[in-house]
Design a binder for this molecule. Sequence first.
Ligand code: FAD
Length: 397
Amino acid sequence: MKDISIVGGGPAGALCGERLANAGFQVTIFDERLAWEKPCGGGLTHKAIEAYPFLLETNQPKKIVRTAELISSRGHRARFEMSRPIVIYARKVLNGLLLDRAEAAGCKTVCSRVTSVNTDGERVRLTASGEERWSDFVVLAAGARNRLLPETTALGASDLEITLGYFVPTEEDIIKVKFLKQFEGYLWSFPRADHLSVGICGKMGQSSSQQLRRHLDEFVNEEGIPMHGAKLYSHVLPSPEAQTIRRRRIVGRNWAMAGDAAACVDPVTGEGLFYALRSGDLLAQALSEGQPQAYPERLRAAFSGDLEFAANLARKLFRGTFLGGAITTRMVQILNYSPAFRDLIRDVFSGSQDYRTLKQRLWNQLGITAAEIARSFLTPRSMASVSGGACPRETPR
Ligand SMILES: Cc1cc2nc3c(=O)[nH]c(=O)nc-3n(C[C@H](O)[C@H](O)[C@H](O)COP(=O)(O)OP(=O)(O)OC[C@H]3O[C@@H](n4cnc5c(N)ncnc54)[C@H](O)[C@@H]3O)c2cc1C
């Protein structure tokens, strides 16, 4: 195998291309837009920075955010410092940085749309802007809307979320996340170098675009975000079910998928940038070693086992109840009362706490958390300072 075509020059395709070119392959990356402002929060957690330090070291404009605020559906708020900062990029900048690195490693980049991929023959044939191209292998990294599906199935509605948002020309220093009642998804405000990305994500088929837009506009008003010059965006985001993560085919004889196309996204948080980079990287490693079939197993060992666990957790987290109130509301309230619980959430937010050991950690510190809550209730001063007050039984609005 010598020639590799990559469809999609986002984080998955660009990093995969860079690694393959460094390993000596002739790589062509096709992207219909190359570096562009893909609808996204643009937040990179600690695990991405740890694995790819150049994301922090580069001089490209980015925002380093250390403070986050969680807001419950009833308006309780908890603000905390994250254990590791989140680095936020505009996607045009991030994609440009990754594509520049791919080109520097020797990749050819072509600005054109791929309309068909045929993997039946000895060599792969693809059509880009009406022209036929041939290669030995094709990497499909064309994102969540990818419709190039050799021998595999498209992601269904139950594996997808709808997102709506605004790019707002204003500055902020904290990340905000708001939960809604009985709603699988959340609202966010992510500050970037010179603007905010504010948005909402919700499971496909569970809310209409109008409902999402209404929640989003209410959030923007509540948070007093100045909307002059704001631009609306919308996109789909994978939110894969456990069985999709476990069973969907992502590699064949002469093709493989990476990033959103392979549904490599955290079903709870919607974090996809790290998983796009890591899947592109792992695929490049498997190809360089002549073992493309080993790719799914390596993905599983690296993170997809954890994402499968998260997929089973997502619904319970967003819709479940605890002590008579929504889990998300209790989570925000307990954050204010318990430093041990706050430490745990800081690590989840920063991306340094995986899902499989989260349950055990929660159990291990249950006693401490309970004692800290009890202490807060017995200390009048700390009770008064807690935003949202003591844990009331949640009554429907
Ligand atoms: C609103 C929103 C907010 C998000 N916020 C965050 C966040 O804060 N942090 C985080 O980690 N993740 C976030 N994500 C997820 C993240 O954006 C994705 O997981 C990530 O972009 C996936 O990278 P990728 O390379 O797989 O795909 P993409 O970034 O989607 O790249 C795919 C590329 O393929 C190209 N392409 C598509 N079809 C073709 C074709 N037929 N021919 C040629 N080119 C084609 C596109 O132009 C695009 O450049 C968010 C997603 C959304 C929708």
